[in-house]
Design a protein around this ligand. Structure first.
Ligand code: NAI
Length: 716
């Protein structure tokens, strides 16, 4: 079976159809490269009898891109061979591009990464006008670079500045937007129309050349040495550094490849690109990101944590109790995936407010051209606001998102679960109360489970599924199916106070607050948080969460610990929080005052009094940034190991995916456990021991870590 079907018609048009046998999608692997070489050789032989070439695909997706498994394996020692291999493949594409015969890409499905790069190497691009099709160069999101000519051709087609969001942010677009951006040339309404348009181009352009191969080629939007462009490019690295915090090498290398390549001819530019591509491919950040965002995410989505022998469930009607911030978001995320939602609050009026939230989000989509008015009405019609529990009759699943109060939760559970279909699932979105405890109110605790969403629900992809002591495998499997049906990422954890994500997140926040208590300058703390790769600093996030809520959670945990006959070890952050709330009435953002000031006009800024109250100038001066960054990453990674050790976490994949998507743990690390693996398990344990001596027992390496450190074995 051939990888690229070679079909030279009687009309002298050669159609190359990429159809890699045994693969659901075409990828740029060794088989493809071999087939490309063979195809190009054959076409060169037949050149006199070829009038033009159409490149298309037999798969649903036009071409999926590079073979990540192959890229993942490339080591530093292989760098030279890797560069030769990449340059060899690019030379084949270049050979076709420069025969003088017109080549048209007939793009029948999504073309991403290497797939889009094949299209860019053609003289003309016709794409099916289907909103499900995506075009883009997402390599940067895996720490890589579009190494198949993308950093050279795209800027030469649409200009450097216009190409940057695609190259450096991995922006993906649908066919209409791609046409507007100049990435494709025509839209087609059917396969016949697409092939017809491709043929028409060949008829009209018997001799074709890329613009950059023509004499007098002018760089669109200005070449790098054009004064206005030169000025913009001069500040680009600094601006990028601010965005990447120096943690992500890919955007900077992409910028270099594009700008340096734009100053030389295409072929030399292509060699420059390969050099940077190899550098990133062998680098650790790309390995971490590909490992987690590709292999581990796929393992999680493939349902490795889902009990196998339970039939897959499709949900039709879901009840949501509480139309507050979380309930409204859950209703939106469920209804947009075609599921009927009954949104219940204490009154219909309250529930209507929750529905209005969906209306607001949908209207934004319509105004941005991402949704039609009709689709918006369709989603809204699926949300039924109500104040009566009777309307929950016949739900397959009910998710409770009322106030964080066990008694109230018990009451709504009993009232609502009676309305579920036989074997229906009841889930709680509690953020702190153990699921086993909440399930005590249920008449069917085996059907009771935790579904922990994150705020804002429409944006946050993770859902933490919490298995209580009595939760059945059937219930777990169904909860998993629901999370997948609404297009979110499920991780499965066993019950524990704070589950996995809130527990680890708490260590991050508390560590930052403890630093303040030690006398470290608040801006150094916030800076260290962001430079460690967290989305925001620990003090800003404390304000978001609210310090009164943190006090409440702490008091509850303390009560439970003492009730279990154990001693409560006070965290150094506690005194700082109490001082802020009790002595200074600064509770957080919602209260208008916390570690930050929130002026009515203007940006929030750190409360100047923090300096007088907490900062020890000598200590502040002596503190090294690396030490602060280490503390922030180590404390979370250590708590994650504890979760593995205690069986709260079931797999390393769930730990890595959950830490990045739920907590915002630095993506460049590949997740909290990958961070340890990459640091070196033994070296990590030693450094943790060192931090424990200086800052307290919370850094003491757990026995699972020590066990692994003994033989320096990675977590897997
Ligand atoms: P919220 O205060 O915004 O909304 C709670 C809603 O429940 C209110 O609209 C209230 O009227 C309604 N409610 C009260 N009694 C009710 C009853 N008997 N029947 C129906 N509705 C009733 O609270 P939020 O932030 O949405 O939190 C809800 C739950 O989600 C809590 O358990 C919270 O711990 C949890 N959670 C919150 C997160 C957050 O970031 N806010 C994140 C993850 C979980």
């Amino acid at each position: 079976m051939s990888v690229i079907h070679y079909d030279l018609g009687s009309d002298q048009i050669l159609t190359l159809t990429i159809d890699m046998p045994g693969q659901s999608a075409n990828t740029m692997n060794a088989d493809f490269r071999a087939a490309l070489t063979e195809t190009v050789g054959k076409a060169k032989n037949d050149l006199d009898s070829i009038r033009g070439i159409i490149v298309t695909s037999a798969k649903k997706t036009f071409f999926a891109g590079g073979d990540l498994k192959e890229l993942y394996k490339v080591t530093r020692e292989d760098a030279g061979t890797f560069e030769d291999m990449v340059n060899g493949m690019k030379a084949e594409m270049r050979a076709l591009e420069t025969t003088g015969k017109p080549i048209v890409a007939a793009i029948n499905g999504s073309a991403l990464g290497g797939g889009l790069e094949i299209c860019l190497a053609c003289h003309h691009r016709v794409v099916m006008d289907d909103d499900r099709i995506q075009l883009g160069l997402p390599e940067v999101t895996l720490g890589l670079l579009p190494g198949g000519g993308g950093t050279q051709r795209l800027p030469r087609m649409i200009g450097l500045e216009a190409a940057f969001p695609y190259l450096m942010e991995g922006k993906k677009v649908n066919p209409k937007a791609a046409l507007k951006a100049g990435i494709v040339d025509e839209l087609a309404s059917s396969t016949d129309d697409m092939i017809g348009k491709a043929r028409a181009f060949i008829e009209a352009n018997p001799k074709s050349q890329q613009p950059w191969d023509r004499k007098g080629f002018k760089f669109p939007g200005g070449a790098p040495h054009h004064p206005a462009m030169a000025q913009k490019l001069a500040i680009a690295p600094a601006m990028l550094k601010q965005k990447t915090k120096g943690c992500y090498p890919a955007p900077e290398r992409i910028l270099s490849a594009a700008v340096e390549g734009a100053q030389v001819d295409f072929d030399n530019g292509s060699l420059i690109e390969t050099r940077y591509f190899a550098e990133l491919t062998i680098g650790q950040v790309a390995k971490n990101m590909t490992g987690t965002f590709w292999f581990q995410l796929n393992a999680v989505n493939a349902g490795e944590s889902r009990p196998k022998d339970v039939e897959k469930e499709t949900f039709r009607k879901v009840g949501v109790l509480g139309a507050g911030m979380m309930g409204a978001g859950i209703a939106y995320s469920t209804a947009t995936r075609g599921i009927e939602v009954v949104l219940k609050d204490v009154s219909t009026e309250n529930a209507e407010k929750g529905k209005a939230y969906s209306e607001k989000l949908l209207a934004k989509k319509v105004s941005r051209g991402r949704m039609t008015e009709e689709q918006k009405t369709g989603v809204l019609n699926r949300i039924r606001p109500t104040g009566s529990a009777d309307d929950l009759e016949g739900c397959d699943l009910i998710i409770e998102a009322v106030f964080e109060d066990s008694n109230l939760k018990a009451k709504v559970t009993q009232e609502a679960e009676a309305k579920l279909v036989k074997n229906g699932t009841f889930a709680s979105n509690t953020s702190t109360i153990p699921i086993t405890q909440l399930a005590e109110a249920s008449a069917r605790p085996d059907n009771f489970i935790g579904l922990h969403f994150f705020s804002p629900v429409d944006k946050m992809q993770l859902v933490e599924i919490i298995v209580g002591a009595k939760t059945s495998d059937d219930t777990l499997a169904r909860a998993f199916d629901y999370v997948q049906q609404i297009g979110k990422i499920p991780i499965v954890v066993n019950d524990s106070r704070g589950f996995f994500t809130s527990r680890v997140f708490g260590t991050f926040v508390n560590e930052g607050i403890a630093m303040l208590g030690e006398g470290i300058h608040p801006s150094s703390i916030e800076n260290a948080g962001v430079l460690a790769g967290m989305p925001v600093g620990p003090l800003a996030i404390s304000d978001e969460v609210s310090m009164t809520l943190m006090q409440h959670i702490r008091d509850q945990s303390k009560k439970d610990t003492e009730a279990a006959g154990k001693v409560w070890e006070a965290h150094p952050a506690e005194a700082v929080i109490d001082q802020m709330v009790t002595s200074h009435n600064r509770k957080g953002k919602a209260a208008g005052a916390g570690f930050y000031e929130y002026p009515e006009s203007g940006k929030k800024h750190l409360w100047p009094e923090l300096e007088t109250l907490f900062v020890d100038q000598e200590k502040a001066r002596a503190t090294e940034l690396q030490e602060l960054k280490d503390r922030i990453l180590f404390i979370q990674a250590i708590e994650t190991v504890r979760c593995l050790e205690e069986g709260v976490l079931r797999t390393v994949e769930d730990a890595n995916i959950g830490s990045i998507f739920g907590i915002g743990f630095a993506p460049w690390t590949g997740g909290a456990i990958q961070f340890i693996n990459q640091y070196g398990v033994r070296a990590f344990a030693e450094r943790a021991g060192d931090l424990a001596e200086r800052y307290g027992e919370r850094f003491t390496p757990p026995s699972l870590l020590l066990q692994k450190a003994e033989t320096n074995t990675n977590f897997s």
